[in-house]
Design a protein around this ligand. Structure first.
Ligand code: NDP
Length: 499
């Protein structure tokens, strides 16, 4: 049996690249500004990183535009573009340990999950788009004997990808795979907390054969670099995952600049509807785990359980067991059930929500209103999985996305009430329905206002199906062949055929 990696020892010498990628070169930013990247695992400084500004964005967009205009990538055969993406996927797998360690240090998730879940998803995504590259035929409709009509899909041009820190490389791959395979050039802005993993992914992209200028990376602040991309007159498409407020800001930037396409994929407040007759232990444990996974920092987290009164006690029992089994530990330990929240600031925000919930009348059944202590890391950002009972529709905790390991349990008396409560927030990303009654499963899932509905399962899905929401969760879709359409324009070519 291979010996286990000593992640703590490896962490001492992990490489943290910080220069920006522009035009295929690793460059210092033009801006004179820097920020500390702190590891939430223990509160230590990982590295000071230089911020970009609007001038850095101009330089990166110009490089992306030049690469697009001379067709060094868009002019390649689709199969050749696909081969580069597939090679990139192989390199991600080869470097999975280093990338996983980098992610774990940056944002606190267990290194085991970073490697086995996140990096696998990244490689899978790049490979999948690599494989589909030459399998999307254009159309030639039967318009008549005297004409030849062609409908082609053209790459949109320069894409700005602005991504969050919760699944830093998965979100990035979900943006880069479809936009690059379509022939676009990209400027990527990673979240402030996770620049190193993004820069390492880009290094591997260059090694795989992405031509210079096709992928550019500008770390920096959202309101500076993100906004400059959103307002840039030479960016054609913005693809964004993050909070509703920033998603709406991007729509505004677009309206106030060149009317670029914006694809917002925003947060959620997903409900898990558990009906009598369901497999209660499976439903309760999966819903709780779906609320605590990734320290609850998941847009699709099942943060609300909506349960029929007849089975509420049993559901609470299993949800509480699940919470205890997922107590946080040092994310570099092999058996850490969960890790740290992304930052001290975020920890304070999450605990603030728990305190407000208790003030508004919820019952704190598991967890705490204070920091969870992890041996040896008093300055780490750890929060215990929290279960709140007695939550009523309309409470702050029931309405707002917490983005932390906090599960609200809401009791209802009928299927109709369950549907009303589940749909009663501004969000519409995902929902799950737990029942053995096929008709109830069909009725309820049809009426869920959500982009994704799981029946008797949670977080199922693969690259073949889209991921995204409705209502306040935005309207962008990641994954699947549909995502490629976001980054292309339809072109009609109409030719006269002489008799
Ligand atoms: P944000 O929406 O603030 O950040 C996401 C990305 O947008 C980051 O790269 C960020 O940069 C950038 N950004 C921030 N402000 C602006 C701006 N004014 N203009 C342009 N770009 C901007 O999410 P956060 O990471 O700060 O988390 C806040 C909340 O968002 C969470 O608590 C959660 O509710 C939600 N969220 C949802 C996610 C999802 O997967 N749906 C993922 C992450 C967060 P910077 O790093 O500098 O902030």
């Amino acid at each position: 049996m291979p010996s286990e990696i000593d992640w703590i020892e490896k962490a001492a010498s992990v490489r943290l690249p910080a220069r920006h990628l522009v035009g295929g070169d690793w460059v210092d930013p033009l801006a004179d500004d820097a920020f500390d990247v702190i590891s939430p695992r223990d509160g230590s400084l990982l590295k000071r990183v230089s911020h970009g500004d609007a001038h850095d964005v101009d330089r990166a967009v110009a490089s992306a535009r030049a690469a697009f205009n001379d067709r060094r990538w868009s002019g390649m055969r689709p199969a050749a573009r696909g081969a580069v993406l597939r090679r990139w996927a192989e390199l991600v797998q080869e470097h999975a340990e280093d990338l996983a360690l980098t992610i774990s240090l940056e944002m606190g998730k267990p290194v085991r999950e970073a490697k086995n879940v996140e990096l696998r998803a990244v490689a899978n995504c790049l490979r999948w788009y690599g494989e589909i590259a030459d399998k999307r035929p254009d159309e030639s409709p039967a318009a008549g004997d005297d004409v030849l009509a062609l409908i082609t899909r053209e790459p949109a041009g320069v894409v700005a990808a602005v991504v969050p820190w919760n699944f830093p490389l998965t979100m990035t791959a979900w943006k880069l795979g479809p936009s690059l395979v379509a022939g676009n050039s990209v400027v990527l802005k990673p979240a402030e907390q996770t620049p190193f993993s993004a820069l390492k992914l880009a290094e591997l992209g260059l090694e795989a054969g992405l031509p210079a200028g096709v992928l550019n990376v500008v770390p920096g602040r959202g309101d500076v670099v993100g906004q400059a991309l959103g307002r840039h007159m030479d960016v054609d498409v913005v693809t964004f995952t993050g909070s509703p407020a920033v998603g709406r800001a991007f729509l505004r930037y677009s309206g106030e600049s060149n009317g670029k396409r914006v694809w917002p994929e925003l947060g959620g407040k997903s409900a898990s509807v558990i009906l009598p007759g369901a497999d209660i232990e499976k439903a309760a444990r999966a819903s709780a785990a779906g609320s605590f996974y990734n320290q609850g920092q998941m847009c699709s987290a099942s943060s609300r359980v909506v349960v029929h009164r007849d089975i509420a006690d049993e559901v609470l029992h299993f949800a509480r067991l699940q919470a205890r089994e997922m107590a946080p530990a040092d994310p570099l330990l092999h058996d850490a059930p969960s890790g740290a929240l992304v930052s001290e600031q975020h920890l304070q925000r999450v605990l603030g929500y728990v305190r407000t919930a208790v003030e508004e009348g919820a019952e704190l059944l598991e967890g705490s209103t204070g920091r969870h202590s992890v041996d040896g890391h008093p300055n780490g950002s750890y929060v215990a999985p929290t279960v709140l009972g007695g939550v009523k529709p309309g409470m702050t905790i029931e309405q707002e996305e917490v983005f932390g390991p906090v599960l609200s349990v809401i009791t209802v008396d009928s299927e109709e009430e369950a549907i009303r409560v589940a749909n009663g927030t501004q969000y519409g990303l995902a929902a799950s329905v737990w029942t053995r009654d096929l008709s109830a499963a069909t009725r309820v899932s049809r009426r869920m206002q959500a982009g994704i509905v799981w029946v008797n399962c949670f977080e199922e899905g693969d690259m073949t199906v889209p991921f995204g929401g409705v209502k306040g969760s935005g309207f962008g879709r990641d994954k699947s062949a549909h995502a490629i359409d976001k980054f292309t324009d339809l072109k009609t070519i109409w030719m006269e055929v002489e008799p």
